[in-house]
Design a protein around this ligand. Structure first.
Ligand SMILES: Cc1ncc(COP(=O)(O)O)c(C=O)c1O
Length: 381
């Protein structure tokens, strides 16, 4: 058989592997980004109700109207952004599918796409499957800010798109207003499309604000912003998200979506719509909730030999283990899962060319007692 792999160098994602290893060894799983506590009861009840009431057939291709309307309201309330629920908002089965559809729809053969490393692992395969070429530009090593001069230097006549992610997985870094202004100028000048992965939009701490591409008119006109209900409502297993983009871009994205997944899951969409209508302020409570978890973990790790990086957003905390070991991070993460019973994520896999550094990523979307147990173990290393 002549099997020609389109992604010969791609294996199973690190998240799947580390969660499987954690299960195998009964380790505390601070690796994959999902909560280990229940989602809001009203949301779960709404899903059961809709399934029992018989809402179990195909949803509209672009998503249930009730959910698109709630998304439009939330964008207005939280970001001051107007978006047309019919022309500009598309419900997708997870942000991953939204990102894939956006990249597939907008990137052509030999187009170049700027990715900022460390970058979430789904971007590059999508670019390659679309026939494009990923051009990796590292973030500043010191604070994981964007080196805009370096980005400008990486642009060529073939540059078509830049993918940004703020708040940023895996580093927790958050783009500033001035970053968005710089991006806006650059995108206009070089006619770039922007895919903005904003799945952690509500997880920004210490009184800071999330800046969305949707809030900058010239970016709004050339961007797809991608979101995940899984992250905001603590239901990653429901695999439901949405994309916001101008009508012309949305039309192209939907052409891919309808022949990729076609639709999202009906009762899930209806349950989310009910819950958002009943609890419109729910996301406003998330920063305090997750900041308390971040602070708990940071305090518990203070006596350890790790150096903690600032974590202004997301539910991830980076630990520098340079004072403990020189071992490559992927090896160390696997070994510590087996030997110490705490699973984490190595950072090098998010880079095309990993720098000389020693970082692990911990997810603090976990019950306090799990965070404290993990910290106790880590303090003994
Ligand atoms: C940066 C980033 N983008 C996208 C996703 C995928 O979100 P979803 O589960 O909705 O596909 C994740 C999930 O961890 C993520 O961290």
């Amino acid at each position: 058989m002549n099997l020609h792999s389109k992604l010969p160098d791609v294996g199973t994602t690190i998240f799947t592997r580390m969660s499987a290893l954690a299960r195998e060894h009964g380790a505390i799983n601070l690796s994959q980004g999902f909560p280990d506590f229940p989602a809001p009861e009203g949301l779960r009840q709404a899903l059961a109700r809709h399934a029992l009431e018989g809402h179990n057939q195909y949803a509209p291709m672009i998503g249930e109207a009730a959910l698109r309307e709630q998304v439009a309201l939330q964008l207005q309330n939280f970001r001051g952004v107007a978006a047309d629920p019919t022309e500009e908002i598309t419900i997708v089965p997870g942000a991953t599918e939204g990102l894939f559809c956006a990249i597939m729809a907008l990137v052509g053969r030999d187009d170049e796409v700027i990715l900022l490393d460390p970058s979430y692992d789904s971007y590059e395969p999508a670019v390659r499957l679309a026939g494009g070429r990923a051009v990796h530009v590292p973030l500043n090593n010191r604070d994981f800010s964007v080196d805009w001069e370096r980005v400008t230097g990486a642009l060529s006549p073939r540059s078509r798109m830049i993918v940004i992610n703020s708040p940023h997985n895996p580093t927790g870094a958050v783009l500033s207003h001035s970053d968005l202004e710089t991006l806006q100028a650059l995108a206009e000048q070089h006619d770039l499309l922007v895919v903005s992965d904003e799945v952690y939009e509500h997880l920004v701490f210490d009184g800071a604000r999330h800046h969305s591409v949707l809030q900058y008119p010239a970016l709004r006109a050339r961007s797809v912003a991608v979101y995940s209900f899984g992250k905001t409502y603590g239901v990653t297993g429901w695999k439901t998200g949405y994309c916001v983009a101008p009508a012309a871009i949305t039309a192209e994205l939907r052409k891919v979506h309808q022949f990729n997944c076609f639709v999202g899951v009906t009762p899930v969409q209806l349950a989310l719509a009910d819950f958002m209508a009943a609890e419109p302020a729910y996301p406003a409570a998330l920063p305090a909730f997750y900041q308390a978890k971040r602070d708990l973990l940071q305090r518990a790790l203070a006596p350890s030999r790790f150096r903690l990086r600032p974590s202004p957003g997301t539910y991830f905390q980076l630990l520098d283990y340079g004072a403990i070991s020189d071992e490559p991070d992927h090896q160390l993460c696997e070994r510590w899962t087996r030997e110490h019973g705490v699973a984490s994520i190595p950072i090098s896999i998010f880079y095309q060319a990993p720098p000389q550094q020693h970082f692990l990523r911990l997810c603090f979307a976990k019950q306090d007692e799990q965070l404290l147990r993990a910290a106790e173990v880590l303090c003994r290393i």
